[in-house]
Ligand binder design. Sequence first.
Ligand code: IMP
Length: 217
Amino acid sequence: MSPMGTAGAGRLRLLCATRNPDKVGELREALRALPVALLSLDDLPPLPEVAETGDTLEENALLKARSAYRASGEASLADDTGLEVDALGGRPGVRSARYAGPGADYERNVTKLLREMEGIPPERRGARFRTVIAVLLPDGSEHLAHGSCVGRILDARRGSGGFGYDPVFWVPEVGRTFAEMGLAEKNRISHRGRAVRAARQVLVDYLAAHRGANPEN
Ligand code: IMP
């Protein structure tokens, strides 16, 4: 490997520290035009599991990216997402995946959220999704990319697409829930779509600085 951590025809190797094929696919699409060879955890020998013990999305994203970087020696990227509901003081936030406790899954998490939000009037149902992506580059630098999307928690599920809290997250600028949008439409406005584009910019800047040229030319 060259000192820059590149492979093939000057491509930057970048490990996406997730086993979620939807996230890898989304990232691959966003980075398509860049000289980046995206690796997933499935491309490497098993790496240690990382306990998401951080108190913030930023800490958890960094924990996962640092662990992948240390174990693999590859530039690495990891994300963490949370749903922050105003009327619940920002919960479930960093605990969004485990909100309903042991055995939590998408269905139970949404059911718990609807129950906690019972009786709360529309004007107090504001919420936001937040995604943080940590990027660790071959020069040892660490970067955080952020994305958020503001919406409202409905009092019942609407739509059959998406995953997680999508059926109850209503986006005012579109007038539909994430579960009523196609993936491309969701990515244009979503927390993760925005964070991925910010992470892409980190890579564009790094590649430009290490080539003395715009990598998109
Ligand atoms: P993760 O950090 O991306 O795994 O997300 C934590 C939890 O937030 C997941 O278990 C989902 O329940 C929820 N979540 C993350 N992203 C989304 C989204 O785009 N829509 C709905 N729920 C999401």
